[in-house]
Design a protein around this ligand. Sequence first.
Ligand code: MN
Length: 426
Amino acid sequence: MGLAEYNRKRNFGITREPPGAPAPGKRPRRERIFVIQKHAATRLHYDFRLELEGVLKSWSVPKGPSLDPKVKRLAMQTEDHPIAYAEFEGIIPKGQYGGGTVLLWDQGTWEPQGDPHKEFAAGNLKFFLKGEKLRGGFALIKLKGRGPRGGDERAWLLIKEKDAETRDEARGIVTDQRPESVTTGRTLDQIAAQRDHVWHSNRAQLDLAEIENARQAPPPDPLRPPALAERDAPPSGAGWLHEMQIAGERLLARADGDEVTLLGPDGMPLSKAAANRRKRAAADVRLLPAQGLIVDGILTAVRADGHPDPDALPAALAGRGKAALAYFLFDLPYLDGYDLRQVALGRRKELLARLVGRMGEKTCLRYLDHIGGSGIDFHREACRLQIPGMVSRQEDAGYEPRARWIRVPCAPPAPARKRKKISARV
Ligand code: MN
């Protein structure tokens, strides 16, 4: 993939797509899973999820499902969830999307009555549920042209079809009669009290113990971040990852629970005043789904045309001006009790990508992506696109002072004054 293609797709490294591919369709066609999670968030609701197209299609049902065909329940479509989420019961930490307690209220398999892809697209999906609490025919019908502004695109109705599983609500409401977890029998309060299982939305299948060279250890202190060495020519040969050089200031952040410390390029904490000016970056790092971590990146401002503009950083930090604050993260030396400094760069960046995931939509955090292949081609493309330069790092290298991190500016060389300014910042 050439840089132009990369650039077109990634908008200067500002990735927004979720990491990880949809689960391969290994299950037999007729055994799609469904799950209903009772979710005590800002407001109690039931998340109704059907496996379709490799993900869990999801609806938030404020009043919960009913077995009475006369009852139509509003079901607001929400974002697709990974299949792995179907097994989750526990706590979503405060401050994260959907923070609160989750109870697995029902689970089982579902069968479409017709072509589920066509019916879903048409907003008229009919199916049978085979769960513990809910069974029989149901329909999800998308509402059209209703609501104050001509209809909410996400609004559907969940309706029980008439069959042997129908129950009149006058004789009892299934969500009241069976409030308990289908897997553990617990109530929401018991789950909240036990705090046994914490969901990190971007880390569904992440097991740090299995990562090669990850060591269980306290956070490194002091941390000695690798420095960039400037070269005239890009590295040739294999085994390098190339990133675009982002004009801005090098900034590291260490999170320990809710406490975030900002560090300079030397690994030492910023002064109180300097950290205070950058507190918006710290606040967003706090939202990353981890209990403890260290990230390395470049803090800058990004103009509407997608170009980083470090001169606009003070205004962006103060919440003024047109350029948006952006913290491009390119490394992850520590995560949740594991020292990752001996882990290969390629692997650290994979972890970082999963961690940052979709945070970009709500925060200033951006995952700085890379490409492999020829550094010479990348450099030529970068310079043609008027990017200040490139950064190349060895794919299998650790995060240590002797790691080879190379910056290759674009020719012609910047005037001495400007060059000094950039190197002081990066
Ligand atoms: Mn929910």
